[in-house]
Design a protein around this ligand. Structure first.
Ligand code: ATP
Length: 236
């Protein structure tokens, strides 16, 4: 689905990502882990095209085996290719209604439809009942649901979530985790989920990729994330 090979990135003279190689298997949830400042958000920004890659490749595999060089697609084409993104801090339009937030997102889509797919409202029934409400009036967790719904209206194949559970009360974390699990199943999504707190890594996750100082120091299935790796690269 998405394969990164030897990706390097610099902010000016600062070498931020170093030879990152990572494959996101179709339909699986990969958790991108690492402490503060190790390069997680920068890697996501490179995938989305918000930050230029200095060297390396990113290959987007389409259904039927066709491959696309993701780096040849400008930022505004990546959503249309089927890559959705829920940024840290959500970045919803707080002055617009729930419905307007979703319609703005639809305008960026591959198909020029103005219809919110019914599956989105089935997943988030509150978004339907609150569709005329100003987004800024929603609770924090409802705003996160709106941010996820906004990405889902374009029916992405890959959805990237940057710290989607961080900063919420335990009840909201449970509900959002359920939402994420259900949407992976219902939409047949491939997920890349960024997290720095191990306690917020979803139990339903399949794989992990661990970053340290811009390097991919370990990856594998989540049950291979052992105490040694946790103590060395995630604890404290
Ligand atoms: N726009 C920028 N210009 C220069 N340096 C940056 C920029 N954005 C991030 N950095 C630096 O790049 C490094 C990686 O930052 P990044 O935000 O990708 O890490 P992160 O793992 O996502 O951390 P966090 O979990 O805190 O978001 C850090 O040293 C950070 O200070």
């Amino acid at each position: 689905m998405l394969r990164l090979q030897s990706v390097n990135q610099f902010y000016g003279p600062k070498h931020t990502l170093r030879d990152i190689s990572l494959t996101l298997p179709r339909g699986e949830c990969t958790c991108l882990l690492g402490r503060n400042g190790v390069g997680k958000t920068t890697l996501i920004n490179c995938i989305m095209g918000h930050v230029p890659v200095t060297s390396g490749s990113m290959t987007w595999q389409l259904d039927g085996g066709l491959q696309e060089n993701l780096l040849s697609h400008p930022v505004e084409r990546r959503a249309a290719l089927g890559i959705g993104y829920v940024p840290k801090g959500r970045q919803i339009f707080s002055q617009l209604s729930v419905d307007e937030n979703l319609r703005v997102a639809l305008m960026a889509g591959r198909n020029k439809t103005h219809q919110v797919p019914p599956m989105v409202y089935e997943l988030f029934p509150q978004m339907y009942s609150m569709r005329q409400e100003r987004a800024g009036n929603l609770t924090e967790s409802q705003q996160q649901q709106l941010a996820i719904a906004r990405a889902l209206v374009l029916k992405p194949e890959l959805l990237i979530l940057d710290e989607p559970l961080s900063g919420f009360q335990p009840g909201a974390v449970q509900e959002l985790s359920r939402n994420i699990r259900q949407m992976q199943h219902d939409f047949g999504l491939t997920l890349l989920l960024v997290e720095q707190q191990l306690s917020l890594v979803p139990k339903s996750g399949d794989r992990f990729c661990l970053l340290e100082a811009g390097r991919n120091v370990a990856q594998g299935s989540l049950d291979q994330l052992d105490d040694n790796l946790i103590q060395t690269y995630l604890a404290g």
